[in-house]
Design a protein around this ligand. Structure first.
Ligand code: NAD
Ligand code: UDP
Length: 313
């Protein structure tokens, strides 16, 4: 195996910390760059004693220079609660972060992968969503800073590839969950598990008939690494997600059952522009990466529940 120097932006976050851990376990040198907006030292504490792991406190809206072979660009708050806290900063992080990291990739001749999102499909009118679908996104809504920021980042990746020959990769990540999600993250899986473990009301937004397809974080990390390892001609976006679709109300019931909770389900207003359905078409990932998710929702939830039990005991 060739030992690579790999930069992971957003490496102290939920997904980033799992990616850093996996890359280190494969024998690579990992530089974790993060401004700790939603990331935490706790997520990477267990990696700090590894001499091949370095932590860099930096904000991707400012340029950064480092000699690396690969860049995974994950820096960006991902939960609606966090990305809506400072929407201007969110879109700056996506767009200026992409420009800075692509500029770095160009300068040091590194391969670069963008953590894009199923949000580029907005509230989709095509179901399930293949990569060829252009999406249905509100440019001036509450989710726009995130959705449009990620869409612009994809455009930049495409243009740096065609104009400057930078080797770019784009993964469109669908809802992902697992250990190290922040307990106050605000996303549905962590909210429901924390509420259930505390026997508090489970907050279902709307009627709970909106759907999502939940992917365990280990499957995502595998898909990201496989995408990075494709040959230089593979630059089109690829969906990485679990195609098994659930209603949000079904998720609530499942979490109550798996935690033996006394929680009751209560209903709150559906946030504006909340997509009514989401499910990836993963034909491309299957064919080009020989990848498909391996962890089913019950097994992934068990692992995530154990993590939160230890955290909030
Ligand atoms: P997260 O909030 O846990 O992690 C994001 C990390 O980026 C945090 O460590 C945060 O401190 C860091 N960060 C934010 N702004 C930064 C900045 N300006 N400079 C440097 N660091 C900054 O979220 P996550 O779930 O781990 O998501 C990681 C990436 O994957 C994000 O780009 C997100 O958009 C994408 N993604 C995640 C999901 C999911 O379901 N988890 C779905 C689609 C896309
Ligand atoms: N949701 C919910 N209760 C919560 C948090 C979220 O019913 O406490 C719903 C939310 O309205 C959305 C779905 O769960 O329909 C997924 O929300 P999340 O924020 O996890 O991700 P995204 O909307 O970005 O897919």
């Amino acid at each position: 195996m060739v030992k690579k120097r790999i930069l992971v932006t957003g490496g102290a976050g939920f997904v980033g910390s799992h990616l850093c851990e996996r890359l280190l376990s494969e024998g690579h040198e990992v530089y974790c760059l993060d401004n700790f907006f939603t990331g935490q030292k706790q997520n990477i504490l267990h990696l700090m004693s590894n001499p091949y792991f370095e932590l860099i406190r930096h904000d991707v809206i400012n340029p950064y220079l480092i000699e690396v072979d690969e860049i995974y660009n994950l820096a960006c708050p991902a939960s609606p609660v966090h990305y809506q806290y400072n929407p201007i900063k969110t879109i700056k992080t996506s767009v200026m972060g992409a420009i800075n990291m692509l500029g770095l990739a160009k300068r040091v001749n590194a391969k670069i992968l963008q953590a894009s999102t199923s949000e580029v499909y907005g509230n989709p009118l095509v179901h399930p969503q293949p990569e060829s679908y252009w999406g249905n996104v509100n440019p001036i809504g509450e989710r726009s800073c995130y959705d449009e920021g990620k869409r612009a980042a994809e455009t930049l990746f495409r243009d740096y590839n065609s104009q400057n020959n930078v080797e770019t990769k784009i993964v469109r990540i669908f809802n992902t969950y697992g250990p190290r999600m922040h307990p106050n993250d605000g996303r549905v899986v962590s909210n429901f598990i924390v509420q259930a473990l505390k026997n508090e009301d489970i907050t279902v937004y709307g009627k709970g008939d909106q759907t999502r397809s939940f992917q365990f974080v280990d499957d995502l990390v595998e898909g990201m690494i496989r995408t990075m390892n494709t040959d230089a001609s593979f630059t089109n976006p690829v969906n990485i997600g679990n195609p098994v679709e659930f209603k949000i109300i079904e998720l609530a019931e499942k979490v109550i059952k798996l935690t033996n909770s006394k929680s009751k389900i209560i209903y709150k207003d559906l946030p504006s522009d909340d997509p009514m359905m989401r499910k990836p078409d993963i034909s491309l990932a299957k064919q080009a990466l020989d990848w498909e998710p391996k962890v089913n929702l019950d097994d992934g939830l068990e692992q995530t529940i154990s993590f939160f039990k230890a955290l909030i005991k």
